[in-house]
Design a protein around this ligand. Structure first.
Ligand SMILES: Nc1ncnc2c1ncn2[C@@H]1O[C@H](COP(=O)(O)OP(=O)(O)OP(=O)(O)O)[C@@H](O)[C@H]1O
Length: 238
C-alpha cells in the first residue's frame, strides 16, 4: 500500500449475503486519496459508488458486507473494525454527507439547537458563540445570527445543505465523503456548494471524496477524477 495516502482502497469487494449464497456487487475497486486532495469518484448510476462510500464509514446495509480486499485509513486497516470503532471514527475522522442527511434535520429544532447537539457529543471541541459564528461563516453565511434562529423549513435547499456541511465540519473530520451532495439543488446552489468545498480545501486543507454521476460538475473543483465502471473497477480520468 502507498504509505503517504490518507485513504487507500485495495481490490475492494462488496457482496450481498443471503443464507444460500454470496453475490458480489462490486469487485476489484482500488483507489487512494492524499491528505488535502479533492478526488471525484464518478460513474453511471448503479455502478457501486454509494456502496463504496458506505463501506468506508461502516454503514453498509445489513445484507451487504466487505468480502474482499482492504481499506486503509491513516495506514491502519479500516474494513475489519467493529461497530464501536466505526462509531468513533465516523464524524470525527471521516464524515459522510449524503442527500438523505437533509431528512435528518429535525423540523422542530432551530439550527442553533442542531449545532449545539452535535458539538455536545464531543468534549474537546469549542462551543462558544464566536466559534459557532465562525463555523457558519465558513460555509458562506453572512448573517449567522439569523441562520442560528431559523428552523430548517425556513431555509432553502442550498442553505440547508450548507447547514449540514457546517455540522459535519464542526467535528473537523480528516476526510469528508460527500455522496451526491448537490442532487436536490438548482444550478446556482450546486455551484455554490462546489465552490465552498474548494474554498474549505484551500483554507483548512480539507480532504474530500466527492461522489457524483455528473462528471462535468465535479471535475471543475476536483484535483483528480476517477471513474467506477459497473462492477467496481476504477480507472483514472484526470
Ligand atoms: N442493500 C443492497 N442489497 C442488494 N443490492 C444492493 C444493495 N445496495 C445496493 N445494491 C446494488 O448494488 C449496486 C450499486 O449500488 P450503488 O447504490 O452503490 O450505486 P451508485 O453508483 O451509488 O448509483 P447512483 O449514482 O444511482 O446512486 C446496484 O446494482 C444496487 O442495486
Amino acid at each position: 500500500m502507498k504509505n503517504d495516502a490518507l485513504l487507500q482502497v485495495e481490490n475492494l469487494e462488496i457482496s450481498t449475503i443471503t443464507k444460500e449464497k454470496k453475490v458480489p456487487l462490486i469487485k476489484g475497486a482500488s483507489f487512494h486519496i492524499h491528505k488535502g486532495e479533492i478526488v471525484a469518484l464518478v460513474g453511471e448510476s448503479g455502478c457501486g459508488k454509494s456502496l463504496t462510500a458506505h463501506a468506508l464509514v461502516g454503514l453498509l446495509e445489513k445484507n451487504c458486507e466487505v468480502t474482499g480486499g482492504a481499506i486503509y485509513y491513516k495506514n491502519k486497516r479500516l474494513d475489519d473494525r467493529n461497530k464501536k470503532d466505526f462509531q468513533r471514527i465516523r464524524g470525527r475522522e471521516v464524515g459522510l454527507l449524503i442527500q438523505e442527511s437533509l431528512n435528518g434535520l429535525n423540523p422542530l429544532h432551530t439550527v442553533k439547537k442542531h449545532i449545539k447537539r452535535t458539538l455536545k457529543k464531543h468534549r474537546d471541541i469549542p462551543k462558544d458563540k464566536k466559534h459557532i459564528y465562525e463555523l457558519l461563516q465558513s460555509v458562506g453565511f453572512k448573517d449567522p445570527g439569523y441562520i442560528l434562529s431559523s428552523y430548517p423549513f425556513e431555509l432553502s435547499g442550498g442553505m440547508r445543505q450548507r447547514v449540514l456541511l457546517s455540522l459535519m465540519l464542526s467535528l473537523k473530520p480528516s476526510l469528508l465523503i460527500a455522496d451526491e451532495p448537490t442532487t436536490a439543488l438548482d444550478t446556482i446552489n450546486k455551484e455554490k456548494v462546489m465552490q465552498l468545498l474548494k474554498k474549505l480545501q484551500k483554507q483548512y486543507g480539507l480532504t474530500v471524496l466527492l461522489i457524483s454521476h455528473d462528471q462535468e460538475s465535479v471535475a471543475r473543483i476536483a484535483d483528480r477524477v476517477i471513474r467506477m465502471k459497473k462492477g467496481g473497477k476504477i480507472s483514472v480520468c484526470s
